[in-house]
Design a protein around this ligand. Structure first.
Ligand code: NAD
Length: 375
């Protein structure tokens, strides 16, 4: 059996999700850990752990390739490096599992797709829901016409984020671009809650490998934090046959609400909540309840790694979340950033919570919940 040689780029931050699996091989995957790329190794504790396990740390992907080879490169580095590192990896003959969002701009993602095609390699994108059994089972039922035509869809996530979140890593959070001009476009919509809009577009895609290219009709973008982009959004898009899609997200509410989404169809409704016991289910007009299970368990969340490694090893079918799958999400983000302006909340609307080291907008949580209820 082929052992997949894996390199991980970005060991701090979300790289910490992959590290235990790569070091301990909990899922018994046919793989070996070929190296870590981390330019700030001195201040990333995870690099000490890797070295203690005999895994060498390199300061760039190029320096990794000067010494080693990889069948798969996992990119958990900041967004502005996704395109250049993906292109570097495929040019060296590696497949890529790139963390979401694919890139800051659709044009960069297109370069990634073109580079992969030219090199005969694949770039998967780590929108983890799109790799899970429950979401894929639901999508198969939607495509088979079990619920009929979609009439509307909506999702909402309200996650408190503090000053430390915006100051983390190499300081790219909430920014439009790096000092050298490389685009980032980091926001509540394009980063932390990106999963949930992409997931709706993915569920409404015409095939297992595609997402629906929804048009952005209206975007209300606000910020309470001192950032360049926005920490709160209410976005309306047009789905298949004009079905409205509503995307609500904020890092500036007082209180957390874990992700919820629902899709209304001609013959039933699909619901998801990550609050309490996470659950994805549908209720048909005939009164039948269809349980799809929990797409957020540890093992489901790890499916993006498990399925990608098994595919590279030639053991399973290709997972359906590659760069082209994510283009509708990226075009929606591009429309939001290009056509709509983020407005700061007025000083008197913002409360500074000194204890939690964050700001929030009193009453915003309740307004968002009411907006979601209205649809
Ligand atoms: N799938 C998910 O649920 C999920 C969750 C969180 C973050 N992410 C994604 O992971 C990526 C990283 O986000 P983060 O929040 O961990 O960022 P971060 O800044 O907290 O951590 C990024 C790490 O990459 C390192 N790094 C910086 N420049 C690098 C370079 N040129 N090459 C290699 N490594 C470099 C940093 O030193 C740091 O260790 C983003 O694309 C983000 O959207 C995904």
């Amino acid at each position: 059996m082929k052992r997949v040689r894996i390199a991980l780029s970005g060991a701090g931050g979300y790289g910490g999700f992959y590290l235990p699996y790569l070091l301990e091989n909990k899922w018994n995957l046919p793989m070996e850990f070929a190296g870590v790329v981390e330019p700030f190794a001195g201040r990333v504790a995870a690099c000490r752990t890797c070295e203690a396990h005999g895994v060498k740390v390199f300061d760039s992907l190029e320096s990794f390739y000067r010494e080693r080879e990889a069948d798969l490169v996992i990119l958990a580095c900041p967004i502005p490096y996704h395109a250049e590192q993906s292109l570097c990896a495929v040019a060296h003959g590696s497949h890529v599992l790139c963390e979401k969002p694919t890139a800051a701009l659709p044009a960069d993602a297109q370069r990634m797709a073109d580079g992969a095609k030219q090199a005969g390699r694949e770039i998967f994108v780590g929108f983890q829901l799109s790799f899970t059994g429950p979401i894929l089972a639901l999508k198969r039922d939607i495509l088979a016409g079990r619920y009929g035509r979609v009439l509307s869809a909506k999702c909402m996530t309200l996650w408190e984020r503090d000053f430390a979140y915006y100051g983390r890593g190499s300081g790219w959070a909430g920014k439009l671009a790096l000092p050298d001009g490389r685009p980032i476009r980091d926001s509540v919509a394009s980063n932390a809650t990106a999963h949930y809009l992409h997931n709706l577009l993915f569920l409404l895609g015409g095939t297992m490998e595609t997402a629906f290219p929804a048009q952005v009709e209206q975007a209300e973008l606000r910020r309470a934090n001192r950032i360049e982009t926005f920490d709160t959004c209410a976005v309306r898009l047009t789905g298949p046959e004009g079905a409205p899609i509503l995307f609500l997200a904020s890092h500036a509410t007082c209180g957390n609400l874990e992700p919820v989404f629902s899709l209304r169809f001609e013959h039933g409704e699909v619901f998801f909540t990550q609050n309490g016991t996470p659950r994805l289910w549908a209720v048909t007009d005939a009164g039948e309840t269809v349980e799809y299970g929990d797409p957020t368990t540890e093992e489901e969340t790890a499916q993006k790694l498990i399925r990608t490694v098994r595919w590279v090893a030639g053991e399973c079918e290709k997972p359906p979340c590659t760069v082209p799958t994510t283009m509708p999400f990226l075009h929606a983000m591009d429309a939001i950033f290009t056509d709509w302006k983020a407005e700061p909340y007025r000083e008197e609307e913002i409360f500074t919570d000194e204890f939690k080291g964050r700001v929030f907008v009193p009453g915003l949580y309740e307004r968002m919940v009411e907006r979601y209820r209205r649809g």
